[in-house]
Ligand binder design. Structure first.
Ligand SMILES: Nc1ncnc2c1ncn2[C@@H]1O[C@H](COP(=O)(O)OP(=O)(O)OP(=O)(O)O)[C@@H](O)[C@H]1O
Length: 606
């Protein structure tokens, strides 16, 4: 938890990040902020001006001059000032909303764009999720509040200065007493700001857990199991516990905040009314005029109220600067997988050779590496099937080949060139990938496939071809609105959800539409029925002709199609050869093949 700092230091810290907040505002809503600020400060000048006008009016009336032109003008002046104050305040209110909305949108794009550019490794550490959650929470809100705290402080300073000068002219000691009486407010605001941030920071993981339980209860992903296993009470309990803790902490911070402000406010009021008693004494004993009295009533309250608000605002700025720092810290995170200063062009070969050379790779924070000194070549134009038990490292290999992660030691080459020497985006354009946990985009069938090649006009003929080769064509043509049917039902009642295998065909079509020279297929047929799978692999040669392909699968009947089979176990290559060679070897592959064949035979026999 962040400890409270002394107010001066607090203010300095806040001032440090203020330029960053202002820079964000300038990018997102510069014009609105300047206009709003001007209106706000202008509105701040009105009360002091009206106070002075009131003094002139009272003095004019007390002088016994009657209802003169001068008096009428003074009344008119009050009217104009009141009207102007109203217009300025409403303008300021409008611009405040405009700044918030624009800034929110601006930061939403910045944060989302930044998150998408970070390495996958970023999402491995829970602390980073906390940072991301905090950055999202801050959207638009904190930098704007910081800047407005400055504006409101300026506005208050403008109000206070006028009144303060009036009090100073009347009796300097009163002015000094009012100043000193306001200081505890600054302390209260600084301390409360620290506490508020500390409690929020501490509760961020709990808040994420609460949001997780809430999503399990309210989103469609878990809806089936929640009902089938009767999980709602369990998850509701989790949600309740976390939210209860957060609420209790918030309320306790608020309680202390209000107690502190209450005490410091009481001190201010005591000093104000002490000063007023002195003014009354002076008027009663003939040391001051009734006009002075009128001005002092407004001025004393104005100085006390204005100073309190100003210092409270500065404290608020400090608090917001703590929250805002979370956003700036997140935006300062840099990805490690970046394009080199002068990336090499991709080789122009018709088919490429990919090679892992002495690759060692542990996941961030993991104790043991998945691979240690792994060397493996995927030969140009060949299909290499990768088999192995769960957890052997097959998917991790795909993550390394796609540069979602980089090896800790060793290197991966494409036609002899380290893939880190290419621009990652350009390198990835040479890969057609079906991931094990591919994404089901809630978009049209056409878009779902065309996403394989963004930035290019989707040609119907090529889309058609990709769908045909992945056995998705008939499925798409049979949809109510054909290619334009929205897949999934999150956004439209007429959306069409697909079965697991149907989605998988769409994902495969997307990879094929990319028409890349390298295909990385991580269990691309796991959800397909036997018939579709057989049909697909009937034309497998055609699918992968001339392409360097890595095919990960647990289905041994599809493994046989490969030119070469690599058996991975505990991150090491145990066996490597053709289907016939590995069977003849009589090792682990032969054993696994036999087990599957046996299960299949038993299944058929029973
Ligand atoms: N993001 C991760 N962070 C830490 N460890 C991971 C991560 N993903 C996988 N692992 C670990 O790395 C090892 C290899 O996992 P990988 O997903 O590559 O296996 P796999 O061979 O593809 O398994 P499966 O056949 O189940 O898909 C496993 O021990 C797994 O627990």
């Amino acid at each position: 938890m962040t400890t409270a700092r002394i107010p001066l230091q607090s203010g300095l810290n806040a001032l440090k990040v203020l330029p960053q907040a202002l820079a964000l505002i300038r990018e997102g809503a510069g014009r609105e902020f300047v206009l709003g600020g001007a209106a706000q400060v202008g509105a701040g000048l009105i009360p002091a001006a009206m106070g002075l006008g009131a003094k002139w009016l009272v003095d004019a009336l007390a002088s016994g001059q009657g209802f003169t032109r001068h008096v009428m003008l003074l009344v008119a002046l009050q009217f104009v000032l009141a009207g102007l104050g109203l217009v300025l305040q409403y303008s300021a209110d409008y611009f405040r909303v405009a700044v918030r909305e624009r800034l929110q949108r601006h930061l939403q794009l910045r944060v989302a764009g930044h998150a998408a550019g970070l390495d996958l490794a970023f999402f491995e550490l829970p602390g980073n999720y906390d940072a991301f959650a905090q950055a999202q929470d801050d959207l638009g809100f904190r930098p704007m509040l910081m800047a407005y705290s400055v504006l409101i402080s300026l506005q208050q300073a403008a109000t206070v200065t006028g009144f303060f000068l009036a009090v100073l002219a009347f009796q300097p000691v009163l002015a000094l007493a009012l100043l000193l009486a306001a200081l505890p407010t600054l302390f209260a605001a600084g301390k409360s700001g620290s506490e508020s941030w500390g409690s929020y920071d501490l509760n961020t993981p709990g808040g994420r857990r609460a949001a997780y339980f809430e999503s399990l209860l309210t989103r469609d992903q878990a809806a089936k199991e929640v009902r089938l296993y009767g999980l709602a009470p369990t998850f509701l309990k989790g949600l309740q516990e976390h939210t209860l803790q957060i609420m209790a902490d918030k309320l306790s911070v608020e309680k202390r905040r209000n107690l502190r402000f209450g005490w410091s406010g009481l001190l201010g009021i005591a000093v104000e009314y002490g000063a007023l008693a002195f003014v009354v004494y002076r008027v009663a004993t003939g040391g001051a005029t009734l006009g002075d009295f009128t001005l002092m009533v407004t001025a004393l309250a104005g100085v006390r109220g204005g100073l309190t608000r100003m210092l409270a605002e500065l404290g608020q700025m400090y608090e917001n600067s703590l929250f805002f720092s979370a956003l700036t810290k997140f935006l300062a995170q840099k990805p490690l997988i970046l394009a080199p200063a002068s990336p090499l062009p991709l080789p122009l070969a018709a088919a490429h050779t990919l090679r892992l050379e002495n690759v060692t790779f542990p996941y961030p924070g993991a104790e043991r590496p998945v691979f240690q000194n792994l060397t493996l070549e995927l030969r140009a134009g060949e299909t290499t099937a990768l088999v192995g038990v769960n957890g052997a490292g097959k998917t991790t290999l795909v993550k390394l080949l796609t540069r979602l992660y980089d090896p800790q030691e060793g290197r991966i080459t494409l036609d002899g060139v380290d893939i880190r020497d290419f621009d990652p985006d350009e390198y990835r354009r040479s890969l057609g990938v079906v991931l094990q946990d591919f994404t089901r985009y809630q978009l049209s069938a056409r878009e779902n496939i065309a996403l394989g090649r963004v930035g290019e006009t989707d040609e119907d003929a090529r889309l058609h071809d990709a769908a045909q080769r992945s056995n998705a064509l008939e499925l798409i043509q049979g949809l109510p609105e054909g290619w334009d049917t929205l897949l999934g039902r999150q956004f439209h009642i007429r959306g069409q959800d697909l079965s697991g295998g149907q989605w998988q065909r769409i994902a495969l079509a997307r990879a094929l539409y990319r028409d890349a020279p390298i295909l990385l297929l991580d269990e691309p047929t796991a959800a397909l029925d036997a018939e579709t799978e057989a049909e697909l692999f009937g034309k497998y040669r055609d699918l992968t002709r001339g392409k360097t392909t890595l095919l990960i699968t647990h289905r041994f009947n599809t493994v046989r199609m490969a030119d070469r089979i690599v058996l991975l176990e505990h991150g090491r290559i145990l066996e490597d050869g053709t289907h016939a060679e590995l069977l003849a070897l009589g090792g682990r592959y032969a054993e696994m093949y036999e087990v599957q064949a046996e299960v299949y035979r038993e299944g058929v026999a029973s």
